[in-house]
Design a protein around this ligand. Sequence first.
Ligand code: TRP
Ligand code: ZN
Length: 856
Amino acid sequence: MTDPRTVYLSDYRPYSHLVDQVDLTFRLAPKATRVEARLHLRPNPAAPGRHVLRLDGEGLRLVSVRLDGALLDLTPDATGLTVPADLLPEAPFVLETLVEIDPEANTALEGLYMSKGMYCTQCEAEGFRKITFYPDRPDVMAPFRVRIEADLPVLLSNGNPVAQGAAWAEWHDPWPKPAYLFALVAGDLVAHRDRFTTRSGRAVDLGVWVRPGDQDRCGYAMDSLIRSMKWDEDAYGREYDLDVFNIVAVDDFNMGAMENKGLNIFNSKLVLASPETATDDDYARIEAVIAHEYFHNWTGNRITCRDWFQLCLKEGLTVFRDQQFSGDMRSHAVKRIEDVLMLRGRQFREDQGPLAHPVRPDSFIEINNFYTATVYEKGAEVIGMLKRLVGDDGYARALDLYFDRHDGEAATIEDWLKVFEEATGRDLAQFKRWYTQAGTPRLKVHEAWNPGTEGGTYTLTFTQVNPPTPGQPKKDPRVIPIAVGLLNPNGDEVVPTTVLEMTKGTQSFRFDGLASRPIPSILRGFSAPVVLDHQTDAIERAFLLAHDTDPFNKWEAGRALAKDMLVSMVAKGTGVSKAWTEALAQVALDDSLDPAFRALALRLPGEDDLAQTLHDRGTVPDPEAIRTARRRAGQALAERLAPQLPGLLAALTDDGAFSADAGAAGRRALKGAALGLIARLDGGAVAKAAYAAASTMTETVAALAALLDIGEGAGELAQFQARWAAAPLVMDKWYALQIALAPPEHAAALTERLTARPDFDWKNPNRFRSVIGALAGNHAGFHHASGAGYRVVADWLLKLDPLNPQTAARMSTAFETWRRYDPARQAQARAALDRIADTPGLSRDLSEMAGRMLGA
Ligand code: TRP
Ligand code: ZN
C-alpha cells in the first residue's frame, strides 16, 4: 500500500497540459488485457513555464511508451509515470502508451474488472489510472475515441457507436469529459430497448442491458428513464445530447450506480424489478437513481468538478434534482418526510460524530471516503435553502446562467454561488458557510406573547449554536431560513408560511395584531438542516399533528410526540402516554389522509435515532432500554388500534392488477404497518396468512418482518429460501431481514452462522452489505454488551479490506457513533477499532476511516 498522503484544496494548480483528444484501443482478455492509449497533448497556457508531464497510473504493466513515434525508455513508479521536461516539445505532441492489466484479479471493483464473465469499468473517482497512464483528474477534459476488440456479442463504450465488425466495435464521444466518466462494458448481454425523441427532435436509442434471462425485469427502469428525460426538459430545459443512451446492470458493484457519459452502469438491484421480486421501496429507489444518473448528464458531465473537493457541486445538485423529480412523480409531502428521515438517520449521525466534515471538505486522504451523506444529502439541503432564499424565479435564472456560463467546464462552488449572486443580486458570503463549516446547527426557540389592546404581539426568538467538529473548534453564525406558520387555537392558520431569515447568533421576529396567542409551526417543510430544540408540551404537539396545514410539520409533530415520550420512558422510566396513542390512532384511522403519510406516521423513531436524541439530551443511551421502550410503545399502539385493525387491513387489500404507482404503494405500506401491529396481538396468525397469500415482494417482506419481529417466522424463512435460492437479489433480503430483526443477544451469532453458508458470497458487495450491514443496523444487536457485534463486524471488515477496500471503508461507519455509549461499550468498540487500525497492510481507505473514528 502507498503511504497515506493528505491532499489539500489549497494546493490546487491547473494541469501542465491540455488533452485535445484521447484514442484508446482495448484488446480484452481476462488475465491480460492490453490497453493502447494515444494522447494528443499540448502545453496548457494556464500553467505557464516548463513542466514535466506527470501521468497517473497504478498496477499497470508498461509495455512501451512513445513520444511523437519515438520510443522512450521510462520506468513508472508506484503511482504513475513522469516524462521529463527536457523531452517534451513546447508544441502539440502525441504520447502513446501500451500497458497490460489483469481484470480477472481485480476484486476492488475499481478500474476494469470482471463480474460473472462480463467486463465492466468503474472509474470515479480515481479508477481510470488503473486502466492506463493518464492525468486522472476531473479538470482535464477531452473527447474520447474507443476501439474494443473481444470475441463477445456486446461491446459498449461512451458516446455514439461509429462502426463495428466481427469481434470489434468503435465508439466516439464528442463531448469533452474527464477520465472518471469513461466506461466500457463487454459481455453476453441482452437489451430491453426503447426510443426517446427530444423536444428539438433528436431521436435517441435507449437500451437497458442485462444478462440473458433478466430482460423481462427492465420495464420499470426504462419507464423511469423516459420520464427522467422528459422531466429534465420540462423542469430545467435540459436536453439529451447523443444518439444513444445505454444503461448496464452489473451484479458486482461497490455503490448504487455511475453516470458515465452515455453509458450509465448500475448495481443490478437498482435496475431489475418485478412485483414478485422487488418491493415498493426498491421501485422508488430505482426510479430515483435512474433519474439521478440521467440528470448527471448536465449536472456532473457537461458541467463537471474542477477537483474532488467540489464533489457536492455535482452530487448535491443532482440529489436535489432527483428529489424534485421523485416529488413530482409521487407525493411531495411523503418524499420530503422520507428524505428527512434519511438525512437525520445518516447525515446528522455523521455530522455529530468523529467523521463530520464540511459539505465541501478542504482535505482528504482517500477521496472514496468522501462520497458521504454530508456531500450528497446535506449538499442537496443547502441547495434547497438557497432556492427558498432566492425564490423559484431566482433559482431558475441562476440555473440558466450556470448552464450557460459553465457548459463544457470544470467548475467550483465559488462559480456556483456567483451565478446566484449575479442572477439575484444577493450577497452569499455568509451563506457560503454552509459549504465550509461542518456540523449540524442547533436552533433553540423562545416564545413571548404580549396581549395588547390593538391585538397582541407574538415574538419568536431563535438562538443558533454551532457545535465544534473535528478540526473546527469555532464557528460563525449561519444564514438559516426558518419557514414559520402560526395557527389559532381553533386550528385556523392566522399567519401562512413565511420564511424568516436568521443571520445572527440570536435573533427575534415579531408578529403583530394577533387576536390570541398563536400556536407556532416552526421549520415547516424542514426548511433548514438543523436540530430544532423547541420544548413544548404533548398537548401542543398533538394539536399540530391534528391541525397543521404543512404536511411535513404535521408528521414532525407526531414524531416529536413519540420522541419526547420514548426519551422519557428510557431516561425516567415513565410509561406509554395516552396522548400519544390517541393522537396517533386519529391519524392512522383518518381516511382523508394519504395512506403513505399514515404509514409514515405509524413508524416509530428508530433505535439509533433515539440513541442520538438521548445523547443530545444528556443521557447515555442504553440500547437494551431503548429497544424495550420502543417495543412497549408499539404494543400499546397495537392494543389501542386493536378493534379497527382488521377493518383497516381489509379496506387496504387491493385485488386488481399490480400497480407500482405511489397510491398503490402507499396502501401496501399502510397495510404492512397494520399487519405488524396485528402480529403483536394475535401471535402471528394474520401475518402467516398474509405471507401465504402474498402476491408481491412488498407483501411478502411485510408479513415476514411482522413474524420475525415477534420471534416467529422460521417456517416462512425456510419457504422463502427454497423459493428464491436462485435469485441473489431476493436472497439478499432474506439475509438482511432475519439479521436486522434478530433478538440482540442472538444477532452476532446468527450473522456468523449465516456467513458460513455456501451462498454467502462475501466478495459480492450487495451480499456483504445485506449481512454485515444488517448486523450493524440492528442497533441493540450491534451494540450488545458482550461486544460480539463489534467483534463480528470488525472481523469481516478486516477480511474484506485486502480485496475491496472501498466497500470495507464504507461499512466501517458502523462504528462512527461509538463514543455515545457507556464506558464498557466504548472500551469494546475501541478495542475493535484499534484492532482494525493496527492491522499491518491496511488499505488507505480503511486506515483513514479507523484513524478518524479513533480521533487520531
Ligand atoms: N457518482 C456516482 C453517483 O453519485 C457515485 C459513485 C462515486 C460511484 N464513486 C463510485 C458509484 C464508485 C460506484 C462506484 O451517482
Ligand atoms: Zn451522483
